[in-house]
Design a protein around this ligand. Structure first.
Ligand SMILES: Cc1cc2nc3c(=O)[nH]c(=O)nc-3n(C[C@H](O)[C@H](O)[C@H](O)COP(=O)(O)O)c2cc1C
Length: 131
């Protein structure tokens, strides 16, 4: 599933177009299954506070991060939330998206999602066989 944070609606818009299982990050949310994080960028390349708190509770289940930003902020901080999460949690940076992005961004996210969660299921099956 995708866990997302959106302040002004861009991320929420993209998530609605993806048609994948998704949940909006809220205070105290605790997930019990692996997820992709989709966040906007705040401050100067910063991770929104609610996302940092969410990751402190759920980071171990994160399988990758997508970040929306605004390229007018300049390449040093564009989508910086994605870089910061990827570095701190050692997860792949799947995609940086300028505002609401384009069709190819959505395709890339879908491709990663399918690959990631299909492989996750496969490795579960292998574990079951071993038992
Ligand atoms: C106060 C503020 C700070 C921002 N800082 C950055 C930034 O450092 N880097 C960046 O790429 N985008 C930055 N943005 C742009 C947002 O991340 C971008 O508009 C994003 O698409 C918002 O997603 P949302 O509509 O889902 O909240 C900032 C926006 C605001 C309002």
């Amino acid at each position: 599933m995708i866990a997302f944070a959106s302040r002004t609606g861009n991320v929420r818009y993209i998530v609605s177009r993806l048609r994948l299982p998704a949940i909006e990050i809220s205070d105290g949310l605790k997930l019990s299954e692996p997820f992709l994080l989709f966040t906007y960028t705040d401050g100067l390349g910063d991770v929104p506070r609610a996302v940092t708190q969410f990751m402190e509770r759920n980071g171990a289940l994160c399988r990758g991060v997508i970040a929306s930003g605004n390229s007018n902020f300049g390449h040093l901080v564009f989508g910086g939330a994605g870089d910061a999460v990827a570095r701190q949690w050692r997860v792949p940076l799947v995609r940086k998206i300028d505002l609401r992005g384009f069709a190819e961004d959505y395709e890339e996210i879908r491709r990663y999602y399918e690959r990631c969660f299909r492989e996750e299921r496969k490795s579960d099956e292998v574990l079951l066989e071993v038992k």
